[in-house]
Write a protein that binds this ligand. Structure first.
Ligand code: PGA
Length: 259
């Protein structure tokens, strides 16, 4: 069976990140994704729509795990335009993404802030998908693993039980939305390094943290990427906007799981 983590088999986890895409007309797509997800009880399927669609999606597609794309580190306050983890939970979210490279790049979020967000989400009883990944310059200069290791050191949530509600998404910045994906051997090496870090930080609990790959995952390359050792799932942007292509990725995860 594939998807064997360090010591235990991990449930495959396929998550769609709609980014700043989608109005209520897109709920039909979410319903179609929900129908596919309910055919595969052994695969966890999540969707992170824009905040405006969170509650409508929870109501329209109860079989999907719906989550946020970001949250603020504070519970409430004078933070115009931000949203707290408690608000996400109140809208029916079960998880949130934090530390996505588009937040790091366009909103200047650093590791410490990302860690604050992750810990706030856990405190609101949300699961967390923490994103890390190197830029192309960092990869080309041979620093990819050091960069990701430093991101994890700075942004992994600490505290009792943190590992139990955590997933990591390894997303090379240069692979996001570009149609380019790393060599399978590079994905494998990075995922192994992330696992070693998780074990060092969380002890045995670190073995249960799912490590997803993200960056230009599509129907054509999903099976190959998901088959890599220590890849327990995928965080999917563009290909999650169309039910047919997202369904093919979920299907690939299921075929590997059954194999
Ligand atoms: P992509 O985005 O699948 O469109 O490359 C992935 C992500 O940013 O999570």
């Amino acid at each position: 069976m594939k998807f064997t983590g360090h010591t235990m088999a991990l449930r495959p986890y396929i998550v769609g990140n709609w980014k700043m895409n989608g109005t209520r007309a897109m709920l039909a797509e979410a319903r179609a994704i929900g129908r596919v997800a309910s055919r595969y009880p052994d695969i966890d399927v999540g969707l992170a729509p824009p905040f405006t669609l969170l509650h409508p999606m929870v109501e329209a597609v109860p079989e999907l795990e719906v989550g946020g794309q970001d949250c603020h580190a504070s519970v409430s306050g004078a933070f115009t335009g931000d949203i707290s983890a408690a608000m996400l939970a109140d809208a029916g979210a079960r998880f949130t993404i934090v530390g996505h490279s588009e937040r790091r790049q366009f909103h200047g979020e650093g590791n410490e802030e990302v860690r604050g967000k992750a810990e706030a989400a856990l405190a609101a009883d949300l699961s967390v998908i923490l994103c890390v990944g190197e830029t192309e310059v960092e990869r080309d200069s041979g620093h990819a693993e050091a960069v990701v290791s430093a991101q994890l050191d700075g942004s992994l949530p600490r505290g009792q039980g943190a590992a139990a509600k955590l997933a990591i998404a390894y997303e090379p910045v240069w692979a996001i939305g570009t149609g380019r994906v790393p060599q399978v051997s590079d994905v494998a090496a990075m995922h192994r390094a992330i696992r070693a870090k998780l074990l060092a930080v969380y002890g045995e609990a670190g073995a249960g943290v799912r490590i997803l790959y993200g960056g230009s995952v599509n129907a054509g390359n999903a099976a190959e990427l998901l088959a890599v050792d220590e890849v327990a799932g995928a965080l999917v942007g563009g290909a999650s906007l169309v039910a047919e292509s997202f369904a093919a990725i979920i299907n690939a995860a299921n075929m590997l799981h059954d194999a």
